[in-house]
Unconditional design. Sequence first.
Length: 370
Amino acid sequence: MRAGLYIHFPFCAAKCPYCHFSSLPWDETSYRTWRQGLEREAAAPREAGYEFDTVYLGGGTPSLLGPDEVVWVRELVQAHFFLKIEEFTLEANPVASRTNFFGGWREAGVTRLSVGVQSFDEAVLRTLGRPYTAEEALRFCRTGRRAGFDALSIDLMIGIPGETPAAVERSLDTALGLEPDHVSVYILENVEGLPFEELLVRHPVDEDAVVDAYDRIRDALEAAGLRQYEISNFARLGKECRHNLKYWRYEPFIGLGPSAGSHLPGRRWCNKTCLDDWADALSRNETIREDVVELTPSLAAREALVFGLRLVEGVDLGAFTERFNVDIMALFGREINELVAEGLLVLSAGRLRIPSRNFLVSNRILAKFV
Ligand code: SF4
C-alpha cells in the first residue's frame, strides 16, 4: 500500500511571535539529540507493507540543514523504509545564505521546495518578526525558481495586523512574478498565550478585509493558472502537493521525529512532543506514541469526511461507502441536508463538496461532522 513519510525537523533560527508549531531554537546539543533519536526511530520495528512515494521534510526550519545533512536523512530513511520517491519536499525559510544549498539539496533528491515567505511586504514582515527582508525573500525565491526543482511553492499569510490592501497586492504581484507552481494562503491564527496575542488585541484584524484579501488572492491565482484544490492551496495542473493530498484524502502516512503524527488504516497517533522525552524514550526502547486512537469504521468515515471536504473535489459518496463500509447519509443525512438547504454544501452527481465561496466558513460547516 502506498504511504507518505513525514520527517519533523524541530528547530528554527528564532521563534516567530505568532508560531504555535512545535519548534525550538537551534543549538548543537539539541541537534545531536534529534539525529540520534531519528536514527533510533527509523530503525525501530513498525507496521510493514507500505511503499513510501512521498517524503516531506518539514518543521521547524529544515532549510537549516545543509545538503550533506539532507543526504544523511535520505540515506537513513532509505535504509529502513521501502521508498519509491515521487516527491521529496523540503520546507525552507528565505535566508540569503541558504541559496548556496539549492544545487546540493537537488542532488540530495529534493524535488519540491516549499518556501515560507508569508509576505513580500517589508512592513508586514517586520510585524511578523520574520528574520529576512522582502528583498531577500524575493532573491531567495528567484534563485530557487532557477535551481530546477520540479516545483516551487510559496506560502503567503493574510489577516496580519496593519496589513493594507496595497500590501496584499504587493505580495501577490511579487509572488505571481516568480511564476510559482504552487501557492499556499494561510490566515494568521490568534492562538492564546503567544506573544502575538497582545498585538492582536491592540490591533484587531478587520474580518471583512481578510475575506477581501482571500478572494482577491484566489481570483488572481486562478487567473494565473494556479487552480485552487484545497481551502488554502493552489497549484498548476499536476503540481499539487502529493504528500499533503494524502492527509486530505485520508491516506496512510508515517511521521518521524518529535510531535510527528502518523495515520495507518485503523489507527492514528502522535509522537511525544518534547524532544528530550522523545529521544529518552527511544534510547530506552520505550514507546514514543501518544494519543493513540483506534479508528472504528464510523470514526474513520467521519474523519475522512472532514478532511475530504477541505478539497475542492470534495468526497465521492459511493467510493466512500465502499471504502469505509459506512453510509455517510445514514450517519449524517440530517446535517448534510440542512447544509445543502442553506447553500453551504453542494451534493451533485454523487459528490459532496463545499463550494469555494464558502471556504472561509468551512470551520462552521466541518464542525457539524465532528
Ligand atoms: S519559522 Fe515557522 S516553524 Fe519556525 S518559529 Fe517561525 S513560524 Fe514557527
